[in-house]
Design a protein around this ligand. Structure first.
Ligand code: ZN
Length: 358
């Protein structure tokens, strides 16, 4: 079995903010940088990963999450590149074809894992998807990739329990909107404090709606949170809840903007931090990883670190341990984090029964 199957939308460069005069950090250089880095890394095609070609998704696939009206709206926006379908979203004449190809790569990444061809997979696609709701686009996102994949796996492969974990610095508000009343899909989003960052949604109090109360989990990380705080959250919430929920597959919304070099956010994950989370996750569950945000020069490095974690390879040497130490010594950050974690556990305890002292 191939450890990791990689898919990527080869036409992604046709979705380019510069084509409509809207300079954006979400541009073709992101995937170009990743592919160049992987080509020069010591990870070997055929041993660590294999790159698979993918067919575009069909409108039927998109309709499992989005409305007919919304799809028509996106198509109409594409015809007029000056239009913007949502806040901080751009389109170009070829964007609709790029979107279908990206979703096709996401579905293929899911199929590779669901059919046992690969243990894990990574869809290197753009634009990202986790801010897109059933009838709304925002934050560079037009179609909700993880939602469409979850619905596909349910309908076509008969999966009954799917988990979606967002580790992008921004809350996964679009995915929340898709599944907030659906207890068959557990959504966990760990992101920067939503009073300090777009989309200003995904507060700790937001835990889904009947009959899925407790099946949407939003953890707000105080600015400056880093490896220690993420490690504690993973051990005390993510692993415990996932173990109890027992998902047949985990879709990872993998944003690289919680990285300490990201200028748009204020979190301090290092390559060690990403590695540890994903290594732990991949040792227990089959993971379909989807590229979300991340706009700095180390996207290739971080992608290779994720691949190492998925394949069980040791991590490369992290040279920024001081950030780790700094975060753990930052008393206010830790205090705020502990308060947030206690509040989250209190909100979730009636639905999970995991944290009550005996
Ligand atoms: Zn983000």
């Amino acid at each position: 079995m191939i450890p990791v199957g990689i898919t990527f939308n080869e036409n992604h460069y046709l979705h380019d903010s510069f084509l409509n005069g809207f300079p954006s950090p979400e541009n073709p250089s992101r995937i170009r940088n990743i592919l160049e880095y992987l080509a020069n890394s010591d990870l070997v095609t055929g041993i660590h990963y294999h790159i698979y070609a993918s067919e575009p998704a069909s409108v039927r696939d998109i309709l499992r999450v989005h409305t007919v009206k919304y799809i028509k709206f996106i198509k109409s926006c594409v015809k007029d590149p000056r239009s913007s379908p949502g806040k901080d979203v751009y389109v170009c004449p070829s964007s609709y074809e790029v979107l279908l190809q990206a979703v096709g790569c996401v579905l293929n990444a899911g199929i590779l894992v669901a059919t046992g061809k690969c243990k894990h997979s990574f869809a290197l696609i753009r634009p990202p998807g986790h801010h897109a709701g059933p009838d709304a686009s925002s934050g560079f996102c037009l179609f909700n990739n993880s939602g469409i994949l979850a619905r596909y796996l349910q309908e076509v492969h008969g999966f009954e329990r799917i988990a979606i974990l967002n580790i992008d610095a921004h809350a996964s508000d679009g995915t929340y909107a898709v599944f907030e009343t659906d207890p068959s899909v557990l959504c966990i989003s760990v992101h920067q404090d939503q009073s300090t960052l777009y989309p200003y949604k995904g507060f700790i109090r937001d835990i889904g709606a009947r009959p899925a109360l407790g099946y949407c989990i939003n953890m707000e990380m105080p600015p400056e949170s880093g490896n220690p705080e993420y490690g504690i959250f993973y051990d005390e919430v993510v692993e415990k809840v996932l173990t109890k929920f027992d998902p047949q597959i985990v879709i990872l919304e993998c944003g690289f903007d919680a990285y300490y070099k990201e200028s748009l956010t204020k979190l301090n994950l290092t390559i060690d931090g990403y590695y540890r989370i994903i290594f732990k996750l991949a040792s227990k569950w089959n993971i379909v990883t989807l590229l979300e945000g991340g706009y700095h020069e180390d996207l290739g490095l971080l992608t290779s670190v994720v691949l190492r974690a998925l394949t069980g390879e040791s991590n490369i040497k992290d040279e920024v341990d001081q950030i780790d130490l700094l975060a753990s010594r930052h008393a206010k950050t830790r205090k705020d984090f502990n308060n947030s974690l206690s509040l989250l556990k209190m909100r979730l305890e009636p639905y999970w029964g995991l944290w009550t002292r005996t």
